[in-house]
Design a protein around this ligand. Structure first.
Ligand code: SF4
Ligand code: SF4
Length: 85
């Protein structure tokens, strides 16, 4: 799984309560909680959004730098698997 171009998970530290639920649900082990603060290893993050989906405080959002570039990336991936005429 390759992260979508320009996609990143962003944490609102004001909203995060340090419960660790996102840590338990991150399949790449990109997350950890240290002294109540959520830490993310961006080089491990695949941008799947699972952490954002399970967070009870809605403290994580997925953001895309350039939507047009992201769509181009998605289309490129689809075209690798499906013939589009
Ligand atoms: S699930 Fe949400 S509130 Fe809990 S540690 Fe993760 S970001 Fe913070
Ligand atoms: S987006 Fe996915 S890979 Fe990245 S930190 Fe969240 S659960 Fe882990």
């Amino acid at each position: 799984m390759v992260r979508l171009k320009g996609l990143r998970a962003v944490t609102s530290f004001a909203a995060c309560n340090g419960c660790g639920l996102c840590v338990d649900n991150c399949f790449t082990r990109a997350l950890s909680v240290h002294e109540g603060k959520l830490l993310r290893n961006d080089s491990r993050c695949k941008g799947c959004g699972r952490c954002a989906a399970v967070c009870p405080e809605k403290a994580i959002t997925l953001e895309v730098d350039d939507v047009a570039e992201a769509v181009k990336d998605i289309m490129g991936r689809i075209e690798q698997r499906v013939s589009i005429d």
